[in-house]
Design a protein around this ligand. Sequence first.
Ligand code: SF4
Length: 385
Amino acid sequence: MTSLAPRALTALSRPTLLAPTILNARGHAAAVDPPSGSSRRYLDGDVRHDWRRSEIQRIFDAPLMETIYRAATVHRMHQDASRIQLCTLMNIKTGGCTEDCKYCSQSSSYKTPTKASRLVDIEPVLEAARQAKANGSTRFCMGAAWRDLAGRKSGFEKILKMVKEVRAMNMEVCTTLGMLSPEQAQRLKEAGLSAYNHNLDTSREFYPEVITTRSYDERLSTIEAVRAAGISVCSGGILGLGEKDEDRVGLIHEVSRLSEHPESFPVNTLVPIEGTPLEKNDPVSVQTVLRTIATARIVLPKTIIRLAAGRHTFSETEQAMAFMAGANAIFTGETMLTTPCSGWDEDKAMLSRWGLRGQRSFEDKEDVSVSSVGADAAAGVTAAA
Ligand code: SF4
């Protein structure tokens, strides 16, 4: 069966999310609590902003293979599941960050092997972007290790030029520069920025265990400024910080309630760094990663689910399971900020072995969703992201 075949599914064949007692024909754990006092009916693949945490927890806790099957089905309702977005991430300013994220080698709060450096010049960045494009990456992301852009006027101007030049290569351009004001977001938009990465990292409750120098709500304010400027939001989390399943669910719940789901949801796994408070954390299991990806795919049907840091620790078959569970983007290239990354040739060969292809820049974004049944509209189901 080709990846396009499931698009022919009728809405009536989709699992109904109505009540805990309703399961589909195969007994999938498709049941969710309807919002109390509501007669709304939901089908898998509907884009919703009223998810309850208990509903998401139920999906997360279901038998893993059933959750993956369900996620794979949802994936094919809105997206071409044979396409994987290849993204290359470059660190344009390393180390010396005043934030205290306990997992990060770039925080000045910890003594790590990472050495601080200044903002790089424009030309090496453009050369790296050309190389990424030549190797099949369609998105180029630039990361700077700092809290925000305060007092960085000339650095910001330089970054705006980088954004403009990379965008002129017909690549999607992303940056991650810490907190942004609405004005700074607007200037990035005018320079041609496609997406901005600002992770929530984990649940609201667990967050203070990981970062104390910037609040959860400050992160949400930056996400709001990015969205208001018309830039796509990339926001996800990190597994292996010491969080529990409820925190993984809490993170997905938080982004599901945003006024628009993020365009991209990175799922990172901790790469323990010597000198950081989390250097001795146990690795997160592949089953937890798959559960998180599959749950995110079901809850965020149109979002790009990005298998991000830590991917190199998983075997090819485990990565293929992640694609089956709904992941459809990877970082590829020589390094990923300060952690190892699989190379382009290695990744291209892997994708080819599994019948997957790279996504084209600015393409493959059209909605391929099946049409909703009339009953959805009558029941007031939210149909647009
Ligand atoms: S803000 Fe970014 S660069 Fe700074 S410590 Fe946190 S994760 Fe590291």
